[in-house]
Design a protein around this ligand. Structure first.
Ligand SMILES: [Fe+2]
Length: 414
């Protein structure tokens, strides 16, 4: 017979295991505001609620939604513990920067377009009269460079299949397959569904007129906690409100150029901690509450295509600057967030409306040198639905010999 002390320990361990299991099953998806149960698999009723333009897009391109829509991964495939979440893509993979060797004049891309419109001085370009599905490799390389330079590039009036969107994503890097975000179907790993109506109803995402901040309706950069964070990101919206539902982007190159040389020097070479959007149970300390995946990256990065320095922070997911006292880090980060958020001259606001009914609009942006914000002014009264593919990029680095954008372009530094 086991001594009393040993059997007490065994029973405590059993209790702990049971608690861990319970916590993990309660929150298979770690949105902090959500406490309900997630239904895995396909949703029949939501397939019916899909906007007509989305249904038509899927029908045109042979996307089968007869089993339901969207597809939520099975609970046993979703990581519940933080160590499981870390283990996803925890190994270095080779990254090829497609924009690095592209023609700086982008003759193949611009030559095929009807019009190229710069929407603001520092960021945002719209390309008119070109279907993304028709691009050849040379044009894709040039587009990668243009995205790196202009931060975000738009294409209206697109008839783009999710298959083609995924193919483009694979060309620009390793496509991120999110462990838990709903996708079109099991065949479309890597094509995430961006549908606020669905997330509000099924995941408890809180968005109202009074509190129109949450989810994508706040300044953020996607997937900064990855070992190799997001590079080129492509959202194709196939259902767009008649008014509103805009998205804003802000330039990380310009945010860096807004700082004084002395402050730039202070930040150059420093690192910060970046966290995931979702939380997981900590098996070491399950009762302490859910934990984010966290990784350390340079706070000023060098872009591998342009060679320009950019400020890599965002309010949603940059936790602290390494090596500083907590109050120092908090104060400095707050200032850096405000540089991105408050300088309207380094932002672009885009309305997604196509000129031809029934077609969609694509935004392709550099998720390294930017932040974005989806405005929720349509209040869910009109459909807004899209599919997103993210190509992960390089391991973030800082090259002390690299220049800022304005330095490189010979623009005034005042
Ligand atoms: Fe986002």
């Amino acid at each position: 017979m086991a001594p009393a002390a040993t059997s007490q320990k065994i029973s405590e361990k059993d209790d702990l295991d049971a608690t861990i299991k319970k916590l993990a099953s309660l929150k298979p998806i770690g949105h902090s505001s959500y406490t309900g149960e997630i239904k895995s698999g396909y949703s029949g009723s939501w397939a019916e609620k899909l906007p007509e333009t989305t249904k038509a897009r899927y029908a045109r391109h042979g996307v089968d939604i007869s089993k339901g829509y969207p597809y939520v991964p099975e609970v046993d495939k979703i990581p519940k513990f933080v160590n499981e979440a870390y283990a996803i893509r925890n190994e270095v993979y080779p990254y090829v920067e497609r924009g690095a060797k592209a023609d700086p004049e982008k003759k193949a891309l611009f030559g095929a377009a009807k019009e190229v419109i710069n929407l603001t001085k520092h960021l945002g370009t719209e390309i008119v009269g070109l279907q993304l599905s028709d691009l050849n490799d040379q044009q894709k390389d040039e587009l990668a460079l243009l995205v790196a330079e202009r931060v975000v590039v738009f294409f209206r009036d697109q008839d783009l299949s999710p298959q083609k969107q995924l193919e483009l994503g694979h060309y620009w890097g390793q496509v991120e397959v999110h462990p838990q975000v709903p996708r079109i179907s099991e065949e479309f790993n890597g094509v995430s569904v961006i549908w606020q109506d669905y997330y509000r109803a099924k995941y408890g995402l809180h968005l109202s007129f009074k509190k129109a901040i949450g989810g994508n309706a706040q300044w953020h950069t996607d997937l900064v906690h990855e070992l190799q964070p997001a590079g080129i990101t492509h959202l194709h919206n196939d259902a767009i409100p008649s008014v509103g539902g805009d998205t804003l982007w802000a330039s990380g190159y310009a945010a860096y150029d807004k700082l004084s040389p002395a402050f730039q020097k202070f930040l150059d070479g420093k690192t910060a901690i970046y966290r995931s959007a979702h939380q997981y149970v900590d098996p070491e300390n399950p009762l302490k509450g859910p934990k984010y995946v966290e990784r350390e990256h340079p706070i000023v990065r060098t872009h591998p295509a342009t060679g320009w320095k950019f400020l890599f922070v965002n309010r949603s997911m940059t936790v602290r600057i390494v090596g500083l006292e907590p109050e120092e880090s908090k104060t400095i980060l707050e200032y850096l967030f405000s540089v991105y958020e408050k300088n309207l001259d380094i932002q672009v606001r885009f309305n997604w409306r196509p000129t031809k009914e029934g077609l969609g609009t694509s935004a392709i942006w550099d998720n390294r040198a930017s932040q974005h914000f989806a405005v929720w002014d349509h209040e869910g009264k009109e459909n807004r639905h899209g599919t997103r593919v993210t190509s992960l990029a390089e391991i973030p680095f800082f090259d002390e010999n690299s220049k800022s954008q304005r330095e490189a372009l010979g623009l005034s530094l005042d």
